[in-house]
Design a protein. Structure first.
Length: 677
């Protein structure tokens, strides 16, 4: 086993300097630690002098609170309560080297709780050094040096500081709960460069329980608030605030903040012109145009907060299409000003939000053989006569509850034209609803030219007081909203725990039964079934179905009737195996499911994905059984709340997944990426 590579005095100084940072951030001070800051206290003497100077500034009552707090913690040591705390922190209190692990964890906990800023802290560090000078290997079961441990602690403190700093809270807004939540986050989030150490630590110490225990001990103090307030004062005077921060509120463990959609640009009167035109098929369109000379004026109005260019048509009559005819340069120039800019075309109870980044004017101009300034882009919202799609409606037994709308985009230059019907990202279209709906039994569908229909990711909400359906898809087509109510005899009326998830996804045409009346919830899901589910869930269509071929997959199989496998492969969500086959009938493991779900999220890349970064794959007891190729994916779906472990603490990566389990997982995934309510 290793001895410490530092002298006792050096180790004391390093630990003391590092631990000083924790109280600073606990006070809500916006402080950024640096190497120089840590090195400032190069010896225990210099640190103690600084602590004493600050401590002396406290009032007698404040000093008394710190002394009382420390004495109460000292009284716990050696008690059955203290032993209980340590046992709850250890992952396996009955395992090997219990006494060694207990001593290490007890001393670490004592250091963390050394609330008297002078003697208590130094005594705790001395005790840690004395008790653990040669037992790190025995305690952690790994070839770990104390330098690695100290580096990890230092990085934890930096992450801790940054977490608190990002909260924007001041000392009077910061709660003890905030402190412990932030510390938990820092403990499990600090992995870069410490992978082996974190694995060793998580095999010994339950980080979440550690912070829970710290919280319980602090909350048990006679006058917790007064003690912490005094502690804050001492530390604030040691490391003065560079920026007190501001604001407050919010969750400490950081999730990406939801992206607020940019507001609309206020277009000056006269920016657009309106006229009617009749197409070769007799279709009358109300055309709103923006002259090329107005492009610069409009682009100059785009800001970070206002980047949606609204094109509204108020006077379209029944059966008339709505069309926005726009210079191609509007898209390219707007994209330069704000990559999140979009064009919003609305009329006839529908809206089309077209991100300017999805219109590649250079490619379009090249296809037409002209320069970009010679190209117009027409965005059309065309109400479809129900008679035109009656065959598809009848064939699929659809209960249509909205207008049937054809959303299309055509680029033209003179007598040349090209259709834009596929995008690199999801594009939103909105259809107004005239009545209340039940979201779990309602969905947007695409009506294909061959008479088939397919589900479209649909979220029901309100916009400006109107009930609307927001459909998200990366291709143009004819869309409508339908009601459907589907169940199965082997899940209905509480026969299966996932009844709600199964009925919801079946009513949205995402999952199918084994027969028209049975779902077979306890059968295992196959790779082919799951690939088809993912394709339908994300409304994927292959750009070239023939480009993806597996010898064991054909279009005659139900799972690939519409090119679902090719679409999922093209999206990068599924892959074949080393033998070049897909093995669609092979049952899918939990690790494989996690990988596919992770890829699905990455394909959609939701801008406002919310995850709990405090959750780590290394927290699973069977972490080492999770293969290196799937660990990152397992962690992502864990943090997203889509998949979790079992009650025994294992993830069980090789376990097979039942059909009812997959329905629950898929429902959670679609809610996570905001593709369903």
């Amino acid at each position: 086993m290793k001895k410490y590579p530092f002298s006792k005095k050096t180790m004391k100084a390093m630990l003391a300097a590092t631990l000083v940072f924790s109280p600073v951030v606990a006070s809500g001070v916006a402080y950024q630690p640096t190497v120089a800051s840590a090195a400032e206290y190069s010896s225990v003497d210099s640190l103690t002098t600084a602590l004493n100077t600050s401590y002396d500034k406290l009032s007698d009552s404040e000093k008394a609170e710190l002394i009382s707090a420390r004495s109460q913690i000292e009284a716990l040591k050696g008690s059955t309560d203290w032993d209980g705390y340590i046992d709850s922190i250890l992952v396996n209190p009955d395992g090997a080297n219990y006494a060694v692990k207990k001593q290490l964890v007890s001393d670490l906990l004592d250091v963390m709780l050394a609330v008297t800023t002078v003697q208590g802290l130094n005594d705790a560090i001395d005790q840690f050094s004395t008790n653990n000078s040669s037992t790190i290997d025995d305690a952690l079961g790994q070839d770990i040096t104390v330098q690695e441990l100290l580096n990890y602690i230092g990085d934890v403190e930096i992450n801790f500081v940054n977490t608190i700093k990002d909260s924007g809270k001041t000392v009077d807004q910061f709660t003890e709960s905030d402190l412990f939540n932030a510390f938990t986050y820092a403990l499990v989030h600090t992995t870069s460069g410490h992978e082996d150490l974190v694995v060793a630590l998580t095999g010994t110490i339950n980080f979440s329980n550690t912070t829970d225990v710290m919280s319980e001990i602090v909350n048990g103090l006679t006058n917790k608030h007064a003690a912490l307030a005094s502690f804050y004062k001492v530390v604030q005077s040691i490391v003065p605030a560079t920026n007190p921060g501001g604001g407050g509120g919010g969750v400490i463990i950081p999730n990406p903040e939801p992206t607020t959609p940019p507001g609309q640009v206020d277009l000056p009167t006269g920016t657009t012109t309106t006229e009617k035109e009749t197409g070769s098929n007799g279709q009358v369109s109300v055309v709103v145009s923006i002259p090329a000379l107005k492009v610069s004026e409009i682009v100059n109005l785009i800001t970070k907060d206002k980047a949606v260019i609204p094109i509204k048509v108020e006077n379209a009559g029944p059966g008339e299409a709505v069309k926005a005819k726009l210079p191609a340069t509007l898209f390219s120039e707007a994209a330069k000003k704000n990559s999140n800019a979009a064009v919003l075309v609305s009329g006839n109870g529908a809206q089309y939000v077209l991100p300017v980044s999805q219109v590649n004017t250079g490619n379009i101009a090249s296809q037409l053989g002209v320069s970009a300034d010679k190209v117009d882009v027409s965005v059309t919202i065309n109400p479809v006569n129900p008679a035109y799609v009656k065959g598809a409606v009848d064939k699929n037994n659809l209960k249509v509850i909205s207008n049937i709308v054809d959303f299309s985009i055509v680029a033209t230059s003179g007598d040349k034209s090209t259709t834009i019907d596929r995008f690199s990202d999801y594009v939103s279209r909105t259809i107004d609803l005239s009545s209340d709906i039940v979201p779990n039994h309602t969905v947007g569908v695409v009506v294909n030219a061959d008479g088939t229909v397919a589900p479209v990711p649909t979220v029901f909400t309100e916009v400006d007081g109107k009930k609307v359906a927001v459909l998200k898809r990366n291709t143009n087509s004819v869309y409508t909203i339908v009601e459907n109510d589907k169940t199965f005899t082997d899940v209905n009326n509480g026969k299966n725990w996932a009844e709600d998830n199964i009925e919801k996804l079946a009513s949205k045409y995402i999952i199918n039964g084994k027969t028209t009346t049975t779902f077979a919830p306890n059968e295992y899901m196959t790779r082919g079934e799951f690939a088809a589910l993912i394709s339908r869930s994300l409304s994927l269509t292959p750009s070239n179905e023939a480009a993806v071929k597996f010898s064991d997959v054909s279009s005659t199989q139900a799972i690939n009737k519409h090119g679902e496998i090719a679409a999922a492969v093209e999206a990068g969500i599924i892959k074949g195996k080393k033998d070049g086959k897909f093995h669609p009938s092979e049952k899918i493991t939990r690790a494989e499911a996690a990988i596919m779900i992770d890829r699905a999220i990455n394909f959609v890349h939701p801008a406002d994905e919310s995850v709990d970064s405090s959750k780590k794959v290394s927290s699973f007891k069977d972490y080492k059984k999770i293969g290196a190729t799937s660990r990152e994916s397992v962690e992502h779906v864990l943090q997203a709340g889509i998949m979790s472990g079992y009650s025994n603490g294992n993830f069980a990566p090789s376990d097979l997944t039942k059909r009812d389990q997959m329905a629950k997982i898929l429902d959670t995934l679609l809610q996570h990426i905001k593709f369903i309510n």
